[in-house]
Design a protein around this ligand. Structure first.
Ligand SMILES: *Cc1c(COP(=O)(O)O)cnc(C)c1O
Length: 377
């Protein structure tokens, strides 16, 4: 007898790969299972022949990849009896934490920096009923306070230093291998705290049961039915791109006053610093930086040429990839995946400010509408 199964989120889907038991009550909003979209128009503008795919993580329930980690973190917090969670956030973590806390019926405390938080993200956390603590400082100040207060008050931290976050986020790599039938040659990500680049490496390594010092438990079996040849290709080089004004991995040291228009990666003290260097070494990848202008131009190009709208931070992955293809650092015939970490609607002000599409004002008359169309074709 066949029964139709609907998709009920990544924990259920990858249950045997995640630290949950039969009796765990799963807190889910149907996250994961996001599209992997092959770019058509942008690659044809390049001199080189490459395949570029974007993993559109902005289509998660709260419109960023943070939901992958949050479903795990909140599920485990509730399992362990937590009544409240807390996070420091540049915006997306707070939107996600607020949503999963609401779903679980617990309280979310959100520590956000003074200003510099995108409207869409704030709107989400507010309507989802989180208690918002705005600190006079930046993300790094908030993160420090969250770590300190968790020792003094009964709250569970759900930032990516919570190991369950990375467990949930590793499933994006599983999906990519299943969607492509192999791993890409290069995987490009924007890097802030570097939790996501670490989680992806964990996912790729685990899928193939390939060695990585990031495993806390020895890997015992690979996933799926990939051939040995496919498995040999089952780990990409991991490329991490930062904003020029918030680039500790390129500078080789922490940055005290990070500045960038890409607020989601405006981080000077990355929490997964050591992990990310391990990923860099084990995968044979590299870190690089993109200017705010490159980030914005790429965000706009992706929207104009492909109809895909991501937030500024997300565009750093594609901006970096395109530059490295042009320079030859990424060779021709490569298969490249760029993660689009968050949806463009998170930050509508930036999109409107840099939009050049004309708004044509017309009277409500057929002749005027018709001539406006004919004049603009
Ligand atoms: C959180 C976030 C990032 C950075 O991810 P890290 O794991 O901190 O490196 C990038 N882009 C968006 C949209 C984010 O929300």
């Amino acid at each position: 007898m066949s029964s139709k199964k609907i998709y009920t989120g990544l924990i259920e889907h990858y249950r045997d790969r995640l630290p949950v038991s039969e009796s765990t009550q799963i807190i889910s909003l149907g996250e994961g299972n996001t599209p992997l979209i092959k770019l058509h128009n942008i690659p044809s503008l390049l001199d080189k022949d490459v395949d570029i795919y974007v993993k559109y993580e902005g289509l998660n329930p709260t419109c960023s990849f943070k939901d992958r980690g949050m479903t795990m973190a909140v599920t485990k917090a509730v399992e362990n009896g937590a009544k409240a969670i807390i996070c420091a956030s540049t915006g997306n973590t707070s939107a996600s934490a607020a949503a999963y806390a609401a779903r679980a019926g617990i309280t979310a405390f959100i520590v956000i920096p003074d200003g510099k938080i995108a409207q869409g993200k704030l709107a989400q956390a507010m309507i989802e009923g989180a208690i918002i603590l705005q600190v006079k400082g930046n993300f790094d100040d908030g993160m420090r306070l969250v770590k300190e207060v968790a020792d003094e008050a009964p709250v569970t931290i759900v930032n990516s230093i919570n190991p369950f976050r990375l467990q949930g986020q590793k499933t994006a790599a599983f999906e990519i291998i299943e969607q492509l039938g192999r791993a890409p040659d290069f995987h490009c990500l924007p890097v802030g705290n570097a939790g996501n680049i670490t989680a992806h490496w964990l996912g790729y390594s685990e899928y193939a049961c390939a060695d990585s010092s990031l495993f806390t438990n020895a890997c015992t079996s690979k996933i799926g039915n990939l051939s040995n040849e496919q498995i040999a290709k089952t780990r990409p080089k991991m490329l991490g791109y930062q904003a020029s004004g918030a680039a500790p991995f390129i500078q080789g040291d922490m940055v005290d006053k990070p500045e960038t228009i890409a607020t989601a990666i405006r981080i000077g003290y990355p929490q997964s610093w050591d992990y990310a260097w391990t990923v860099n070494k084990e995968s044979g990848g590299w870190f690089d930086r993109c200017s705010d202008n490159e980030i914005l131009a790429t965000q706009k190009m992706l929207a104009e040429k492909e109809g895909i709208f991501c937030e500024p931070a997300s565009a750093a992955s594609l901006a970096g990839a395109l530059r490295d293809v042009e320079s030859g650092k990424i060779p021709s015939n490569s298969c490249i995946v760029c993660t689009l970490t968050g949806h463009g609607l998170k930050d509508p002000d930036i999109a409107i400010n840099q939009s050049t599409a004309p708004v044509v004002k017309v009277e409500a008359s057929l002749t005027q509408v018709k001539s406006a169309i004919l004049n603009n074709m």
